[in-house]
Design a protein around this ligand. Sequence first.
Ligand code: CUA
Length: 184
Amino acid sequence: MAIHPPQSRVWWKEPIAKAELVWIGVAFLWGLIMFFMMIYWHIYGQQNLSTQVGRIDPAVFEQRTNDFAEKFKVREEGDTGIPVVKPPAGGDAYMLARTYEWWPVLELEKGKSYKLHISSLDLQHGFSLQPINMNIQVHPGLEHVVTITPTEAGIYGVVCNEYCGLGHHVMTGRIYVVDSGQGG
Ligand code: CUA
């Protein structure tokens, strides 16, 4: 404890105790293991996405998302009135983050691929797709483009997993995945 000054003024020239050397070795090895785990999980973990990221003006992203929603809106959510937007299979889908919502709700077809564009209009948010646990850090000014192919029909939730303010815990979104020929 450093309550009192060290008795020996040149305390940093003392030989390192054996136990401390062991701890330094363990910490160094653990650091190496964690480093290579990043590469391992990227390949085998099925959770770290290979996204394309580019700079974008938040106002431009908002405009594109609004245009997208207007063009492909199929209905509104009964409880919230948020538009449900169904892009053509193989096409682009947009979802924006802002305090405190993911907008709009998407409806995708099982087995079809989409280019999902995600960005934020204001603060840093965390896109977390549940229950499959796909996570993306979302920053204003940066646009992620993720190629996704839903494999299971169902209702997926999007929660914000990056603290963004008083409404963080209510910042949720939704993605419907329907079998081809149904829904719409
Ligand atoms: Cu958005 Cu937390």
